[in-house]
Design a protein around this ligand. Structure first.
Ligand code: TYD
Length: 136
C-alpha cells in the first residue's frame, strides 16, 4: 500500500443545538469489517505512540477529543495529518508506518480495527518494515 491509499473519511454529523452527534455503521462508513475498538487516553504531554506498521490490519483513527499528529510513511514518502475533530477519521491500510505525537492535553484517539489484536501482525522495527515494502 502507498500513502495514496490513506485518506480522511468524513463521518455523518447530526448538528443539534443540544450537542452534535456522529455515528459509524459497520459496512457503511468504514472500508473494512470492524472487529476491534481501542483508544489512547491520559496521554502525557510529549508522548509518542505508534512507531510500527501492520501487515494485514486496516484501521480508522479518530480524534474523539483534543488533537494529535499522525505521520504516515509508506517507505518512500512521509505525510503528516493533524486530527482534531470527531466527525472524521484517518483510514490507514496495511503496510504503512505510523508515528503519533503532539497530543493535546485530554486528547483521546479512538481506533477502529479490522482484526483482533495480534502481535504477529506488527512490524516494530523500521528497517524490517522498509525491507518488506521495498521488496528486498
Ligand atoms: P501498541 O499497538 O504498541 O500501542 P501504540 O501503537 O498505541 O503505541 O500497543 C501497546 C501495548 O498494548 C502492547 O503491549 C500491546 C497491547 N495491546 C493489546 O493488548 N491489545 C490491543 O488491541 C492493542 C492495540 C494493544
Amino acid at each position: 500500500m502507498s500513502l495514496q491509499h490513506c485518506k480522511i473519511i468524513d463521518l455523518p454529523k447530526i448538528e443539534d443545538p443540544r450537542g452534535n452527534l456522529t455515528f459509524i455503521e459497520g459496512g457503511q462508513h468504514v472500508p473494512f469489517e470492524i472487529k476491534r475498538v481501542y483508544y489512547l487516553y491520559d496521554v502525557p504531554g510529549g508522548s509518542h505512540r505508534g512507531g510500527h506498521a501492520h501487515k494485514d490490519l486496516h484501521q480508522l483513527l479518530i480524534a474523539m477529543s483534543g488533537s494529535f499528529d499522525i505521520t504516515l510513511d509508506d517507505g518512500r514518502t512521509k505525510f503528516k495529518y493533524h486530527l482534531n475533530r470527531s466527525y472524521y477519521g484517518l483510514y490507514i491500510p496495511p503496510m504503512i508506518w505510523r508515528e503519533i505525537d503532539n497530543f493535546s492535553s485530554g486528547s483521546v484517539c479512538m481506533v477502529l480495527a479490522s482484526e483482533r489484536y495480534s502481535e504477529d501482525d506488527y512490524y516494530r522495527d523500521y528497517a524490517q518494515f522498509n525491507q518488506a515494502v521495498s521488496g528486498k
